[in-house]
Design a binder for this molecule. Structure first.
Ligand code: AGP
Length: 605
């Protein structure tokens, strides 16, 4: 998703903006640009399709002395990847950058007759023309009028030519954070671009006009009332957002998983028992609910699928998992007796945020499982349980997924205890096994020879299938997503027993089938499904518990998982399939951390 950075201060803005854009590259983008306003009000604009390095080269060829400017990485929504469509966009007195979608930009163009003023295909340029059209020398009044006309999501950073040294910002749904550092005032899409300059920051409140000057930041609500922001402190350091000697962020983050689990689970154990009351999550939330709805996107939604399997298996509470982009336009069958859990690493995914808002309108109490502190979803939920994975930079989510699972298992343990399903002893054993999963993950990461062998069986294929039953099926969905999103191999997850109802027609000689068989009670059934695909020539990569007795004729490659209890196999299976995807992508020479077309946080519909 688009990356935004703005700076006004006493240092060279061009360097600060370019360095900041490099920190935002992980969000996913296809073009980049900067706009600089010097003290005389002269504007310098440089924007290019391609990487930030291309932009940097162009800027260094024509350095600009300016201490105020805005920078942007664009993830194309309206219009192709061209220099003209790259941000910033200028119109008359106004130059701006934008993250979000202006849904009524065609209507605005027609209503104000902007057709002849446009040089790009973007909704953003229309917004620049509108602001210029409304501008009579007062930025606040201009933005106040514009907000009444614009429909959609936006985070704008705006330069007015006659306001050198100042940046004006306003947001609706799309994220913006700001900080006052020694070097001046900063605004960005997320903390990774700010952390080098300040450890205290604030989330820009929606529909407020924020003005950045070299020595101060002011906030006015739309009634012109001054607002004081809620200051937060960054809870991770710059090194966390660097590669730390690893070749890619993704492999670093896979290796961070044991520690991320420790950081997420242990602070919530009191005398070995799970408890969230110190975080303001009261037990009544769990005792009063009759059903649970889980809403998320992508990997987070697949974590919800595992959550559904384990909660229903242990608690016998009905759980419905919904894709957020579907849920938000559905007629959700939820009410005050429903606990809605929204899961999001970034806490900014617009579909998940919209689903959260809809769930609240339906009277459901909402609990967010979020990794980014102070993010929009975290702030708008009734309750939040933060995961403590630290910044996740690779687009492909790994450690965030593992700790999302960990919180769902913690919740299961707490609810089982509260509802008398677990005795204290059983709850402690459940938590102890959860904690032991982090060391089992470390074992898998160290012992990855069999995984590397499996890569050879997969990397030249166009298709791959992941099959399993029960928890193995719930998890295989995430395994398939990991492989396809970073290796570009078409991968599909299937309930093992369902394959013969059509999809088995696609199995032919050497088709890779990654088969998960970690659940004892359905092991024999899964093995018979594996025999069915093997009989049709599939190349089977079998993932089972260590010491499982399996006929060698059933598989080509066997990967053994250290598993203490079947219900916890998902943790080591996750690390295994993350590594399979990672090594496959790397073997294919692909951009593991920034796969094509993808963004880290999807803040547009
Ligand atoms: C996962 O590898 C992807 N990056 C993507 O599916 C992601 O999980 C999804 O966009 C949800 O993001 P969120 O957790 O930040 O809401």
């Amino acid at each position: 998703m688009c990356g935004i950075i703005g700076y006004s201060g006493s240092f060279c803005a061009q360097k600060i903006l370019l360095d900041g854009l490099e920190q935002l590259e992980y969000r996913g983008y296809d073009s980049a640009g900067v706009a600089l306003l010097d003290d005389q009000g002269e504007l310098f604009l440089q924007k290019k399709a391609g990487r930030v390095s291309v932009l940097r080269k162009a800027c260094e060829a024509a350095p600009v002395k300016s201490r105020c400017g805005i920078g942007h990485t664009r993830w194309a929504t309206h219009g192709g990847v061209t220099d003209a469509n790259a941000h910033p966009h200028s119109c008359g007195q106004v130059t701006l950058i934008h993250n979000g979608i202006i849904e009524n930009y065609h209507e605005i163009t027609a209503a104000f007759g902007f057709q002849d003023r446009l040089h790009s295909e973007t909704d953003t340029e229309v917004a620049a023309c509108l602001l210029d059209h409304l501008y009579r020398g007062n930025p606040f009044e201009t933005l106040k009028k514009a907000v009444d006309i614009l429909v959609g999501s936006y985070a704008f950073c705006i330069l007015f030519k006659d306001r050198p040294g100042q940046i004006f910002c306003i947001r609706n749904v799309s994220p913006l954070v700001a900080a006052q550092g020694e070097a001046g005032s900063f605004v960005a899409s997320d903390l990774t671009a700010l952390i080098a300059h300040s450890r205290s920051y604030f989330v820009v409140p929606e529909k407020t006009v924020m003005t950045l000057s070299a020595d101060r930041i002011t906030l006015l609500d739309l009634n012109g009332q001054t607002m004081e922001p809620e200051c937060l402190t960054v809870d991770w350091n710059v090194e966390s957002a660097q590669k730390g000697g690893y070749p890619h962020f993704m492999i670093k983050e896979i290796n961070e998983q044991p520690q991320a689990m420790e950081n997420t689970v242990r602070p919530r154990l009191f005398n070995g028992l799970p408890d969230f009351r110190e975080e303001g999550v009261e037990d009544s939330l769990f005792l009063d609910c009759e059903t649970i709805t889980i809403v998320a996107c992508g990997t987070a939604m697949y974590a919800g699928m595992v959550g559904k399997a384990i909660i229903e298996q242990i608690l016998h509470i009905p759980v419905a998992v919904h894709i957020a982009s579907e849920f938000r336009y559905d007629t959700p069958l939820i009410n005050e007796k429903t606990l809605t859990i929204v899961i999001s690493q970034s806490g900014e995914t617009i579909d998940t945020l919209a689903a959260l808002r809809l769930a609240k309108e339906c009277g459901s109490r909402t609990l967010a499982i979020v990794n980014v502190k102070g993010s929009t979803i975290a702030r708008e939920s009734d309750y939040v349980l933060y995961t403590h994975a630290g910044p996740e930079i690779a687009v492909a989510s790994t450690k965030a997924y593992i700790v999302q699972l960990a919180v769902l298992y913690l919740l299961t343990g707490r609810i089982a205890l509260l509802r008398g399903i677990f005795t204290e002893k059983q709850a402690k054993e459940f938590m102890d096994t959860l904690l032991s999963a982090s060391s089992s993950i470390a074992q898998v990461i160290q012992k990855d020879e069999a995984i590397k062998k499996a890569v050879k069986a997969v990397k030249h294929s166009d298709h791959a299938f992941f099959i399993g039953r029960g928890l193995d099926y719930a998890f295989s969905l995430e395994g398939a997503l990991k492989l396809k999103e970073i290796s570009y191999i078409h991968a599909e997850a299937y309930a093992a027993g369902e394959l013969k109802h059509g999809t088995i027609a696609l199995i032919e000689k050497n088709t890779p089938v990654i088969a998960l068989a970690t659940q004892e009670k359905i092991f024999a059934k899964t093995i018979s499904n594996i025999r069915e695909v093997r009989a049709r020539g599939a190349s089977v990569i079998l993932i089972v518990k260590e010491n499982a007795q399996v006929d060698p004729d059933v598989y080509d490659i066997r990967i053994d998982l250290p598993v203490r209890q079947d219900e916890f196999a998902v943790f080591t299976a996750a690390a295994t399939l993350q590594l399979l995807a990672y090594y496959t992508s790397d073997a294919k020479g692909l951009n593991v951390d920034k796969p094509r077309n993808l963004a880290k946080s999807v803040t547009v519909e």
